[in-house]
Design a binder for this molecule. Structure first.
Ligand code: ASP
Length: 344
């Protein structure tokens, strides 16, 4: 058996951070520091290469060109490696995972994104375990030799999650990520137990990479007290093609005529309004309440149970394909990379 070949793409984040001796603040360090601090990596009998961002980023600074850089690095090295591990800050990890899931179509190899809550150089770090487990998942094969994971996934502490279903839900806990609308892909304990029924399968053909993204996207949160002038001001932001509208519960919004008319006018102008729920769990069911029905009649597109991170990046991806309004709307309600469950 050939040794697994894994490419690590180190983008930055707490996992590679050290304490500035003077200010005591955490700042990004470089990859050689990381390897020095995880001698155990050498105990895995893998061939491991790495690429690193220069300089490494706090993921709060992650932008679409960085996603493009990661996607291109994977595409360029796709045939040469069995799997990819992306080391990334936790703050925007779910956005990167979602974006990559749309950019890398027909993915047949694991792209495992991980990071840590404590710097890898600290005694109680979670970074060491996360890195080792991510490498093991990236190297895992089924009996027939096929990669166990064939999608973009986030590995954090005890779970492997589908990347475009994940959300960072804790700034403090080691189990920082969760997917509220999709089961875990694997549970990490004494061993790695894959939830094989829910792993992505059935891709055929070669990897297709779409790196273009269109950032003409914004978000509006509905809340009690939102005024007509604020809403109208937001809806008329110049150059915007798509708005993620975060509504209550099962996709409900105020039924006041000024609200309904403002949204209807926006849809009529050809702007896509993508309706997603503010709830962590569940999704938009526009026919459940009158308040949802009235909003649906304005022309908003239902986001079902998609996460905010996946909604934003899916819009950026689809707008870049130059498809025209109706086709973007059609693809928004069609799962492209397992990012939503269409229940209605
Ligand atoms: N601010 C850091 C980042 O996202 C936090 C982390 O890595 O956990 O890069």
């Amino acid at each position: 058996m050939k040794k697994p070949r894994i490419l690590i793409i180190y983008t930055g984040g707490t996992i590679g951070m050290i304490e500035d001796p003077r200010s005591k603040a955490l700042r990004p360090f470089d990859f050689s520091h990381l390897m020095e601090n995880v001698p155990k990596v050498k105990m895995l009998d893998y061939e491991i290469d790495n690429i690193q961002f220069a300089p490494p980023l706090d993921s709060s600074d992650m932008q679409p060109p960085h996603w493009q850089h990661i996607a291109r690095s994977i595409a360029r090295n796709y045939d040469a490696y069995d799997g990819f591990v992306v080391l990334h800050g936790t703050d925007t990890m779910a956005y990167t995972a979602s974006a990559l899931s749309f950019m890398l179509q027909n993915l047949g190899k694991p792209v495992i994104i991980t990071g840590s809550q404590l710097p890898i150089g600290e005694v109680r770090t979670d970074g060491e375990e996360n890195l080792i487990t991510a490498l093991q998942i990236a190297a895992s094969r089924e009996r027939d030799g096929a990669p166990t994971v064939q999608e973009v996934a986030i590995l954090f502490e005890n779970y492997l999650w589908r990347g475009n279903r994940s959300t960072k839900r804790s700034a403090d806990h080691f189990n920082a990520f969760k997917s509220s609308n999709y089961p875990y892909l694997a549970k990490i304990g004494l061993d790695i137990r894959y939830n094989r029924d829910v792993l992505s399968r059935g891709h055929s053909g070669d990897l297709r990479v779409h790196t273009e993204l269109d950032t003409a996207v914004m978000c509006i949160d509905v809340f009690p007290g939102l005024t007509e002038s604020t809403l109208r001001h937001q809806l008329s932001t110049p150059g915007i093609k798509g708005i993620v509208l975060r509504t209550y519960g099962a996709g409900n919004a105020p039924t006041a005529p000024w609200f309904v008319e403002a949204i209807r006018d926006t849809c009529r102008r050809g702007v896509i309004v993508f309706n997603i729920t503010q709830c962590l769990n569940g999704g938009v069911h526009s026919n459940r309440y009158e308040a949802g029905d009235i909003l649906a009649a304005t022309g908003v597109v239902p986001g079902h149970d998609i996460t905010f991170e996946a909604a934003v990046t899916k819009l950026m991806h689809l707008f870049a394909l130059d498809l025209g309004h109706d086709e973007v709307a059609r693809r928004l309600v069609t799962p492209l990379a397992g990012e939503m469950t269409v229940a209605d």
